[in-house]
Design a protein around this ligand. Structure first.
Ligand SMILES: [Cu+2]
Length: 167
């Protein structure tokens, strides 16, 4: 009797722990998978996406990458970064705390590259550019906390990094 009770309690605890692990880990994995899928698997879908930019990606409240942009569609007021396997150019840019930032990432070679921040505060701000969709933009609010925010490309064999300075 006593033994069965202990086993039941252990099972219940294990179940609870696995639920917590699923809830905590799964959303993160899903986000990352979506980004990679969009870059590697779902690229075709993005190429045929001929929609002109809408307000959706221009809303800093909910950062989302734009559809592929033509050179003539690059927002005039945006910060422009070119990325190749050698790095981001420029490697550093400055913004004011809390300001609305429009960032354009331009692919400078034939590979696929990613722009994302290391700090969780900016986890939603991510862009992927490939040879078929070399220009994309995103709109977001700069963090309220001044400092240096590192961004990078996490693809295997890529080591591009840079710094966004928040004043
Ligand atoms: Cu890269």
């Amino acid at each position: 009797m006593e033994k069965q009770r202990i086993i039941l309690i252990v099972l219940a605890v294990l179940l609870g722990v696995s639920l917590i692990i699923l809830l905590v880990v799964f959303p993160g994995q899903k986000g990352q998978k979506d980004l990679t899928q969009g870059l590697l698997g779902g690229t075709e879908e993005k190429i045929t996406f001929e929609k002109t930019p809408t307000e959706d990606w221009q809303n800093p409240e909910n950062p989302i990458e734009s559809p592929p942009l033509k050179e003539s569609e690059i927002p005039a007021d945006s910060i422009k970064l070119t990325v190749t396997k050698k790095g981001y150019s420029p490697e550093t840019f400055e913004v004011q705390r809390g300001e609305k930032v429009v960032l354009t990432v331009i692919n400078g070679d034939q590979g696929v590259h990613i722009f994302k921040f290391r700090d969780d505060v900016l986890s939603e701000v991510a862009i992927g550019v490939g040879s078929h969709d070399p220009i994309r933009a995103i709109t977001f609010y700069a963090p309220e906390e001044p400092g240096e925010y590192e961004f990078f490309c996490h693809l295997p064999g890529h080591g591009e990094t840079g710094i966004m300075v928040v004043r």
